[in-house]
Design a protein around this ligand. Structure first.
Ligand SMILES: CC(C)(COP(=O)(O)OP(=O)(O)OC[C@H]1O[C@@H](n2cnc3c(N)ncnc32)[C@H](O)[C@@H]1O)[C@@H](O)C(=O)NCCC(=O)NCCS
Ligand SMILES: Nc1ncnc2c1ncn2[C@@H]1O[C@H](COP(=O)(O)OP(=O)(O)OP(=O)(O)O)[C@@H](O)[C@H]1O
Length: 196
């Protein structure tokens, strides 16, 4: 168990488009799951800590909200800008994760964290599950179902650590090259092992 608490804290990670959210949706039917992309989106809302800290970057649109397309274009075309923004947002995300963990009473809690390894966050977790998919299938799904251009998806994926290294560092591998029903089976099997 983590030194942070008596709970078992499980991280769900994987490359962009691997199916983390899909896996998390199934886990959420049984256990609490924190979605770090949502935590980050919240931090970027007007008045929130991330929004305030990013004011000098001029990403705010006419409606007073951060224009995420503009922010993504800046970040994924300029490694220096990306590093600066991450240095602002990642510690804030970590703070929110710790606060959320503290509020949970259950024995098992899950955190969906895309950049778990990239941010060196392994220390937060008792176990890490990695959702994996072939590269071409991830790009196809992102394009077809999430309407993200292949170019934008590739730009993000290029900056993430490679899937094989994520797999090597994970305790459980959930392959998602098949149907959603097959992913559900794999997730439910992993959950059964936790309950055993
Ligand atoms: C660039 C931003 C504005 C794009 O917002 P958008 O709503 O389009 O995407 P969303 O936040 O839902 O992320 C979708 C996926 O993009 C990938 N991604 C997001 N941020 C990053 C990053 N810094 N590096 C690599 N990949 C990333 C992840 O696979 C993530 O699951 C947003 O992702 C952001 O603020 N990123 C910086 C904070 C961060 O690192 N978040 C991810 C870890 S919690
Ligand atoms: N087995 C599957 N069959 C068909 N579509 C799938 C499958 N798994 C996931 N998808 C779809 O593929 C897309 C990408 O999956 P998902 O959003 O879960 O990935 P993710 O790893 O959370 O990506 P991100 O890093 O962007 O958050 C979604 O539209 C999802 O519904």
């Amino acid at each position: 168990m983590s030194e942070l608490s008596e709970k078992k804290i499980i991280g769900i990670t994987g490359t962009m488009g691997a199916g983390k959210s899909e896996a998390a949706r199934i886990v959420r039917e049984h256990y609490p799951v924190l979605d770090c992309d949502r935590v980050n989106a919240r931090l970027l809302e007007p008045g929130e800590a991330g929004y305030k800290a990013l004011a000098p970057y001029g990403f705010t649109g006419a409606d007073g909200r951060i224009d995420k397309r503009r922010m993504a274009a800046a970040m994924f075309n300029d490694p220096q800008c990306k590093a600066e923004i991450e240095a602002i947002l990642h510690p804030l995300i970590r703070q929110r994760i710790l606060a959320w963990i503290d509020q949970q009473n259950g024995r098992l809690v899950f955190i969906e964290m895309p950049l778990l390894f990239e941010t060196g966050s392994q220390d937060l977790f008792d176990e890490i599950w990695c959702v994996c998919v072939d590269d071409d299938l991830a790009l196809y799904r992102l394009k077809t179902y999430r309407h993200i251009s292949e170019e934008d998806a590739r730009a993000r994926i290029r900056t993430q650590s490679d899937p094989a290294s994520k797999r090597r560092q994970s305790d459980v591998i959930l392959w998602n090259n098949g149907t959603k029903a097959e992913l559900r089976k794999a997730v439910e099997e992993a959950l059964r092992k936790e309950q055993a």
